[in-house]
Design a protein around this ligand. Structure first.
Ligand SMILES: NC(=O)c1ccc[n+]([C@@H]2O[C@H](COP(=O)([O-])OP(=O)(O)OC[C@H]3O[C@@H](n4cnc5c(N)ncnc54)[C@H](OP(=O)(O)O)[C@@H]3O)[C@@H](O)[C@H]2O)c1
Length: 242
């Protein structure tokens, strides 16, 4: 799939990985719909690619996600690829309900509502592509941010379910579950970070994976190793050392 002339929506494109993805697709000549809460940052991208970028400012924790999505699709004149990249997470010593609630509303509610809509939109259209930025944290629980890893497990599991659903009815819908390790953005928190990639490098590898219609991709590629190790580790051993 070449992206020239494609219509793409990226939810969560005002900074970090989403912003770099938006720039890559804009440079490739795509029509883009980008969202976030920080209007000025979205406008900056829009102004650099005149006539190519539509922006919509909304909070994915709100109750009008689908109305915003529909209006963006209308402005673009259709949709080929939907990317849910918005995400939230924070570390806390004790469980903190404000952090957990924001995490769940952003990474579970907002995600499921919009990806559900995109699936049905593409099913009606007969083709399309959905990608979502989950995390390597989806593989196992962690004590730094329990709600974050749980919410990312929800995302990856949901994406797998949609993949199987589309396959069962032979729908021409590509599903891509993106699992980054550490990427240098304001989201990257907590101690002991390693193999931290730049957002630009992460975006390049994500775009490549979407283009080659991969179901699951680890970002950067070497994080595949960590994923396999985590999956192989017996639960009792992980809980002893984790
Ligand atoms: N950085 C890492 O190490 C890492 C690792 C694994 C996975 N990820 C995932 O990668 C994705 C992108 O994060 P990033 O690292 O690039 O961090 P980032 O720069 O903080 O980007 C997060 C994006 O999500 C948007 N967003 C967050 N909450 C939102 C809300 N309530 N409503 C609307 N938009 C919202 C932000 O826009 P506004 O603030 O303008 O609303 C921003 O555009 C996230 O899903 C994150 O979980 C990151």
């Amino acid at each position: 799939m070449t992206f020239l002339n494609k219509k793409i929506i990226i939810v969560g494109a005002s900074s970090g990985i989403g912003k770099e993805l938006a720039i890559l697709y804009a440079q490739a000549g795509c029509s883009l719909g980008i969202t976030g809460r920080r209007a000025a940052l979205l406008d900056e991208i829009k102004n650099n690619y005149p006539g190519q970028v539509e922006t919509t400012v909304f909070d994915v924790m709100g109750s009008d996600n689908i109305a915003h999505l529909e209006s963006l699709i209308q402005k673009l004149g259709g949709l080929d690829l939907f990317i849910y990249n918005a995400g939230y997470g924070d570390v806390s010593e004790k469980p903190d309900w404000q952090i957990d609630k924001t995490t769940i509303l952003t990474n579970v509610n907002g995600f499921a509502e919009m990806v559900n809509y995109a699936y049905n939109f593409f099913a009606k259209q007969g083709y399309g592509q959905i990608a979502a930025t989950s995390s390597i944290a989806s593989i196992a629980g962690n004590h730094f941010a329990p709600a974050y890893s749980a919410s990312k497990a929800f995302m990856s599991n949901y994406m797998e379910g949609l993949y199987l659903k589309a396959k069962k009815i032979k729908l021409q819908l590509t599903i891509t579950d993106i699992q980054p390790g550490f990427v240098k953005t304001k989201m990257a928190k907590g101690p002991g970070r390693f193999w931290e990639a730049s957002a630009a490098k992460a975006a390049m590898q994500i775009r490549e994976a979407i283009e080659s219609k991969k179901f699951r991709v680890y970002i950067t590629k070497r994080w595949w190793l960590v994923a396999q190790l985590l999956k192989m580790l017996p639960g009792w051993l992980y809980r002893r050392i984790g």
